[in-house]
Design a protein around this ligand. Structure first.
Ligand code: SF4
Length: 368
């Protein structure tokens, strides 16, 4: 059973309490409490007997010291959620007013709302940002981290999501009523280690591993990624790490002294080293960059040339499934692509791309 808040405060006051505008100390056996411009002494009174200005401050202290997780990263995250300003004068009554209706924050594609509950406790709601205005009754209700793991596994077209921070989280679900430990577990299931790295960055202790250092550590089939040329590394970061592909904010570069000329992203949580997906992609591109370039000649109308570009753009932007069959004006329309293939690529005896020349590259020429 929970302790009476005043008893918990009395015990802590022996060492002195200064928290969110609440001060408490012991004068002999007498508990002295101060908030804003008011002070009072507390003998045998229970919390509900205290004058009104003191109650929310004491409840707030009790929540953060008796109920909320004590691990610094988790605690900082929950305080960030309800916009409690660590280290600054905190207007607890105003914060409590806001928590009555709910304080909302976004974390990647998650929309988190903190609300006040019985005895100053907090409860948390979590849904997809796209469901911000959807009535709760229209969303599928879930209860814990295992459900989050299931939701996060596949996108809305049921394709496996290899990168949990890709902006492809499906919507339509709701975690309506989570306690502090539960909400942290659910967030960590959707976006592993993001809270811890966000906290490290705030504390100035984020240890970043840059690409060349990470590549040197690779062994076995990934050893080759250390040979990825610098220019190709920029293309790779542009392909994988920008906001349209990953919600982490890239903090690593080629080396500490060689920044990549690629947008880092605007997300709240940092990326401290190339992830396994990036390393796997880098392996592929290292092999591709090992090939020498050659010159080809192809006959295309200007519209066909534009169409090739439209197809590459549509695939790279993940828009292929959005292009309707009736939208024949779009270069990446399926019928138009099939027409182009039949016209320019259908004849295997006479391939569209005729090799006309060879230029030098890193591949050794063994044709002679
Ligand atoms: S390396 Fe790039 S893709 Fe991987 S988590 Fe970091 S920012 Fe995202």
């Amino acid at each position: 059973m929970d302790r009476e808040p005043v008893e918990a405060l009395r015990e802590a006051a022996a060492a002195g309490v200064e928290y969110d505008g609440l001060s408490a100390s012991l004068d002999g056996e007498t508990l002295q409490v101060a908030v804003e411009d008011s002070t009072t002494t507390v003998d045998d009174r229970r919390l509900d007997d205290l004058p009104e200005p003191f109650v929310p401050y004491v409840r707030n202290w009790v929540y953060w010291h008796e109920t909320a997780p004590q691990r610094p990263a988790f605690r900082a995250f929950l305080r960030w959620l309800e916009r409690a300003n660590d280290g600054e004068p905190s207007a607890v009554p105003e914060r409590y007013d806001a928590l009555e209706t709910g304080v909302t924050r976004t974390w990647g594609q998650l929309l988190l709302t903190a609300r006040l509950s019985e005895g100053g406790r907090r409860r948390y709601e979590l849904r997809h940002v796209d469901d911000r205005d959807v009535p709760a009754g229209d969303l599928q209700v879930h209860g814990g981290p295992n459900d989050a793991e299931t939701i996060a596994r596949h996108d809305d077209r049921d394709r496996y999501r290899p990168l949990k921070t890709a902006p492809t989280l499906r919507s339509g679900w709701l975690f309506p009523d989570l306690g502090p430990d539960e909400v942290l577990s659910v967030v960590s299931e959707f976006y592993p280690a993001t809270i811890e790295n966000w906290f490290r960055e705030r504390e100035g202790t984020l240890d970043v591993t840059h690409y060349r250092e990470a590549a040197e550590r690779q062994t076995g089939r990934y050893r080759s990624v250390s040979e990825l040329p610098s220019e190709a590394l920029e293309w790779a970061a542009d392909a994988c790490c920008v906001d349209s592909q990953c919600l982490k904010r890239r903090e690593w570069d080629e080396t500490a002294d060689e920044p990549l000329d690629v947008p880092r992203g605007d997300g709240p949580f940092p990326c401290r080293e190339p992830c396994s997906l990036f390393v796997a992609a880098a392996k592929e591109w290292t092999s591709l960059e090992d090939e020498a370039t050659r010159t080809y000649e192809i006959e295309l109308t200007p519209s066909e040339r534009d169409q090739l570009e439209a197809i590459v753009d549509a695939v790279a932007d993940g828009r292929v499934d959005e292009i309707r069959e009736a939208d024949l004006g779009d270069g990446a329309n399926r019928y138009r692509a099939r027409y182009l293939r039949a016209k320019r690529f259908g004849d295997v005896e006479s391939p569209a791309f005729q090799e006309t020349d060879r230029t030098h590259g890193s591949e050794e020429d063994t044709s002679d």
